[in-house]
Unconditional design. Sequence first.
Length: 115
Amino acid sequence: MLAWGRIALGVLAFAAPTLPSRPWVGTDAGRASTKTLARALGARDVALGLGTLLAQRHRSPVRGWLEASALADAGDVIATLAGWGARPRLGRLGVIAAAAGGAAACSGLARWVTA
């Protein structure tokens, strides 16, 4: 389910970059440069989600994909903390909650898989 959620968020960020980025960056979400970064992050999430699903489907190691997903989410937490004062209050809390939750879930799942 985490992989499917990551793919869905990534597709949304790529197709309509202002929707997921506005809570995180505020009014700057409409800028062309911000849309470019949102699309790049969306592509990252699609790649991580698809990599996880394809590894599972082909009975290949999934642990590395989960660990990479956890690391990407942890990076989102760190980036949000680094820009804390410049981010919209409600959005920054939502991003911290979602990204920290994703990092914890993927890290926890990585410990359960055998490969």
